[in-house]
Design a protein around this ligand. Structure first.
Ligand code: PMP
Length: 393
């Protein structure tokens, strides 16, 4: 049977990591893979996570099954983090999923179940998995204009104009904050305008928020999503603890459904549970248990918030440091990096220029010109600045 298979295409970001690993140059930099690194180049286990891990180790008595929806205290915490204070909080239901990736797929499957002819509009460009996940669920995908390659910011006018066309058979997928890959976020007034359009034309918003706390702060990063949730009848949200709790490999996320009533949201949740049963059945426990333990304990919550804020501050310092280093070389061509949010920035470098960065300077970036700011080391700033200018000329 397997002889009939053709080889799977290589994952471009993982192949980049392998090429980086095998590169003997000491000045090499891996700005490809999307994980946060501290000033020692390490993706740390957060202090609150360590402490919660110890608590769980000391108090656990069983590894018996938890249930299809996973950890209910975790589910409640995810809804609190995103929706507290909105009218949507009392008409929402959540299911723990294996990462936001699991949530994206479960929600896509749910949409297909409710309305198989749905088209999902995604930003151009968007997170590399959005299109394949939506299509694997049987949904059609269409792009809306998003990133202005000249200003390196969102082209709101073009985006809103295109979304005018979306109607009741459409879902519009938005990044809650810290857009991946570009780093360019929509403004609060864009959130308001898209909310109005959703109500006027009948499409359902789908928000993927994988970096809450990495932009302007935990609460601020949810402000646009909250405005929307307060004002639309229905929406769905995929959320992740991979970045803001540093739980990448623990596969910790949630799918949240906001309905026009709690009953509708719970009905949708019930369908997600059936969908989960026919795939992975239950999400892994450990990551969600850690998050639930942290958020149920004031001291651990404060520790987590403090460390998350420090990570966020480090990102801001790296962004301004890089812009300063480029400016010191006499160029203002990368000033936009300071206006971007989160871990990533699309630099505007062409695939050829990205190849030159790698071949001539040992700097590994994704082919679309995305660099991971969070993987930068302070002492490498001048080297990167010179390299960016050299390959741009
Ligand atoms: N959505 C976006 C926009 C992402 O960047 C990522 C992770 N890179 C995910 C979803 C998936 O996150 P998780 O690791 O929680 O599955």
């Amino acid at each position: 049977m397997f002889k009939q298979l053709t080889e799977a295409p290589q994952d471009p970001i993982l192949s980049l990591s392998i090429a980086y690993r095998d590169d003997p140059r000491t000045e090499k930099m891996d700005l490809g893979i999307g994980v946060y690194k501290n000033s020692d180049g390490v993706t740390p286990i957060m202090k609150a996570v360590h402490l919660a891990e110890q608590q769980i180790l000391d108090s656990s008595t069983t590894k018996s099954y938890v249930g299809l929806a996973g950890n209910e205290a975790f589910n409640q915490s995810m809804m609190d983090l995103l929706l507290i204070g909105t009218s949507a909080h009392s008409r929402a239901a959540a299911v723990q999923t294996p990462g936001a990736s699991g949530a994206l797929r479960m929600l896509a499957d749910l949409i297909y179940l409710a309305q198989p002819e749905t088209t999902v509009w995604i930003s151009d460009p968007s997170y590399v998995n959005h299109k394949p996940v939506m299509e694997a669920a049987g949904l059609k995908v269409k792009y809306y204009p998003y990133f202005d390659r000249v200003t390196k910011q969102v082209n709101s006018e073009a985006m809103l104009h295109a979304l005018e066309e979306a109607g009741p058979k459409d879902v519009v997928l938005l990044h809650g904050c810290c857009h991946n890959p570009t780093g360019a976020d929509i403004s609060f007034s864009d959130w308001q305008a898209i909310t109005e359009l959703a109500n006027k034309n009948g499409f359902m918003p789908f928000v993927d928020i994988a970096y809450q706390g990495f932009g302007d702060g935990l609460e601020q990063d949810a402000a646009g999503l909250q405005h929307m949730a307060d004002n639309v009848e229905e929406m769905v949200i995929a959320t992740s603890c991979s970045k803001n709790f540093g739980l990448y490999r623990e596969r910790t996320g949630a799918a949240i459904v906001v309905g026009d009533s709690l009953r509708q949201a719970q009905k949708a949740r019930g369908r997600i549970l059936t969908l989960a049963r026919s795939t992975y059945t239950m999400p892994p426990d450990h990551g969600a248990a850690l998050v639930a333990t942290i958020l149920a304990d004031d001291a651990l919550t404060q520790s987590w918030k403090k460390e998350l804020n420090e990570m966020n501050q480090r990102l801001l310092t790296l962004r301004s440091g890089l812009v300063k280093a480029v400016r010191a070389q006499g160029s203002d061509g990368f000033d936009f990096i300071e206006h971007h949010k989160g871990m990533f920035s699309v630099t505007g470098l062409s695939p050829k220029q990205v190849a030159r960065l790698r071949d001539e300077c040992g700097i590994y970036a994704v082919g679309d010109g995305r660099i991971n700011i969070a993987a930068l080391q302070e002492q490498q700033m001048d080297y990167l600045a010179k390299a960016l200018i050299a390959v741009s000329n």
